[in-house]
Design a protein around this ligand. Structure first.
Ligand code: HEM
Length: 566
């Protein structure tokens, strides 16, 4: 960078800081919450590990209590470290706390300002949310249970037939956490993505290998979560840098290219949906149904961003709405399943207990069904404990305060980023004794009925992986159903074990407590790939799995969906 550019940046940063500092001093009536001291201009920006912030945030939570304050450049950040504080602001006062302080580069440029998860709390977001509610809300989501049930049959079959490759072959995770397609992690991804692809586009992931779309969905997601990470771009923290012309802002050119690269994928899904509809092929799925309704209302073509005058989503907003469902629902759900396997391998006594319950209730003649959930309370507790011990989005998705507010005598400035510190809440020893242990008894009480339902009603919640209030994860019902049916069937029918380490002669299991070494970095983060063997528990289980796979093919055909190519 030339000297003049450096001077420009420094002057811009100084100006932003002064304006911000003066206006804060004038407005602040109550004191800001306590927090670590920062440095001039940059505040705490360099104290936050942008890709693995949660251990530091937990330390600060232990030091400062239920609320602390950070400044990342001119951006005020309020971190809520207790369930009570997070519920009070993001649920009880949700009218003020349902917007997003979206990262400029990731949202405005990479997403063309259209990615639902980062939309502000405005008319566009409300339209998207309302439209999706009719598909993935509590009742309509039950319409996908048939698909989820069938997809788990394929999942079990694949684990028995193909997962051994993750032990017999050498696999290396890619530099951006890419998963080799012959590793068992990829079988989990096929399952979770196939479910949400059906929800969105009425299609399946029916091949195990050579799925360019499947890989690109994860590549786009991995790239996006990296780009969106706070601290990644100075232009996110210092708005004045956004005024720089293109030749002084290489990040803008880079971000525009990412937008084009993403749109090649997401746009192609929409165009394929439109082409199928023109050929008279009636596909199910949110986007296809929406396109038909929009065409019936007279807007067959609605290019561009945002909404039409009569309130229909235009193509790009619709494209990114489909993308959000695919992104939000694929890796998060896959990570939960992968983490569960790791926790079970690390705690064989828990697996034995879960299996004993399933064997007693189900037997070996049939697989567990959704209706069995109420009779499998320990299994449900194992799932909840998986999400508590390792939330896929360790720090949740930040909200934003739209107006000044006061909480317990502390000033919360308008425009602050609000972080519900899921990790610290889940690691609070007052609620969860011995919090770093994987112990389903955190959720299990003998004789008490448990279900996985953790809807937005905060008084009935027992973990916080799905966020808060009006921005509460809209796909939680789909997610919980996928997770329950996949994991209860896994425990029922599949014997999974760690391979023997040649050096130690003992089973090789990743140390789940070693965050740095064994868990990926980033906003959405799961375990690094690890080998495991999967085989049917008995001849009887194998027969049920094989028969269910074969029967599923006829059902796919009857629904007009692709059969599995194996
Ligand atoms: C274990 C799986 C999942 C986890 C841990 C998870 C977690 C989250 C979190 C933390 C948020 C942000 C909540 C907030 O702002 O307070 C979110 C938003 C969202 N999730 Fe999920 N999610 C999962 C699965 C799914 C699935 C399967 C779908 C779709 C079928 C989905 C769709 C969405 C959507 C559309 C949003 C955006 C909501 C908004 O901004 O208004 N999620 N999710």
């Amino acid at each position: 960078m030339a000297l003049v550019d450096v001077l420009f940046v420094v002057a811009a940063v100084a100006l932003t800081y002064l304006v911000h500092y003066r206006s804060n001093r004038q407005k602040a009536r109550a004191p800001l919450p306590p927090g670590p001291a920062g440095i001039p201009f940059f505040g705490n920006l360099f104290q936050v590990h942008s890709l693995r912030p949660y251990p530091q945030f937990r330390e600060w939570a232990l030091k400062y209590g239920e609320i602390f304050y950070l400044r990342l450049g001119p951006q005020n950040v309020i971190v809520l470290n207790s369930a009570e504080a997070a519920d009070e602001l993001m649920v009880n006062r949700s009218a003020n706390y349902s917007s997003r302080a979206s990262p400029h580069v990731a949202h405005d440029i990479v997403s063309g300002g259209q990615r639902m998860v980062f939309l502000p709390y405005d008319r566009e977001w409300k339209t998207v949310r309302r439209s999706l509610q009719g598909v993935i809300g509590p009742n309509p989501s039950r319409g996908f249970r048939n698909i989820q049930e069938l997809e788990t049959r394929i999942f079990l079959f694949d684990l028995c037939a193909h997962a051994d490759q993750s032990v017999t072959e050498t696999h290396v995770q890619g530099p951006n956490d890419e998963i080799p397609e012959r590793h068992w992690f990829a079988l989990v991804r096929r399952f979770t993505t196939s479910v949400v692809l059906n929800v969105t586009y009425g299609r399946r992931v029916h091949r195990l290998y050579g799925n360019p779309h499947l890989h690109k969905i994860y590549d786009v997601l991995d790239n996006f979560v990296r780009v969106a990470q706070p601290g990644n771009y100075l232009a996110d923290a210092f708005p004045i840098l956004r005024l720089l012309p293109d030749f002084l802002a290489p990040w803008r050119t880079e971000a525009r290219k990412m937008h084009e690269w993403e749109m090649e994928l997401w746009g192609s899904f929409l165009e394929e949906g439109k082409a199928a509809s023109r050929e008279g092929i009636v596909r199910q799925g949110f986007i296809n149904t929406y396109l038909r309704a929009r065409a019936d209302a007279g807007s067959e073509d609605a290019p561009g961003d945002g909404l039409t005058d009569d309130g229909w989503m235009r193509d790009k907003l619709l494209t990114y709405t489909g993308a959000t469902v695919l992104e939000a629902g694929s890796d998060t759900t896959a990570i939960t399943i992968q983490s569960f396997v790791l926790f079970m391998l690390s705690n064989p006594h828990v697996l034995r207990r879960a299996r004993a319950e399933i064997d007693a209730v189900i037997g070996s003649d049939r697989m567990p069904e959704f209706e069995d959930e109420e009779r499998l309370p320990y299994m449900v507790a194992c799932i909840k404990e998986t999400m508590r011990r390792r939330p896929p989005i360790t720090m949740g998705v930040p909200h934003m305060a739209e107006q000044d507010d006061v909480y317990h005598g502390y000033h919360i400035p308008k425009g602050s980023t609000i972080i519900g510190n899921v990790w610290a809440i889940h690691m609070d020893p007052r609620t969860f004794p011995n919090p770093t242990a994987f112990d389903p008894d955190h959720y299990y009480t003998e004789g008490k009925q448990h279900t996985s339902g953790t809807g937005p009603d905060s008084s009935a919640r027992d973990h916080y992986v799905f966020g808060w209030g009006r921005r509460f994860c809209q796909g939680s019902f789909i997610a919980e159903a996928s997770i329950f049916i996949a994991l209860s069937r896994l425990v029922w029918g599949i014997d999974f074990s760690a391979p023997i380490d040649k050096d130690t002669g003992r089973p090789f299991v990743l140390d789940m407590a070693d965050e740095e070494r064994n868990w990926n970095e980033g906003f959405v983060s799961g375990p690094k790939i690890f080998p495991a063997r999967f085989k049917a528990r008995s001849q009887k289980h194998a027969e049920v799995i094989q028969r269910s796979f074969v029967d599923a093919q006829a059902e796919w055909q009857a629904m007009g969906l692709a059969v599995d190519e194996r």
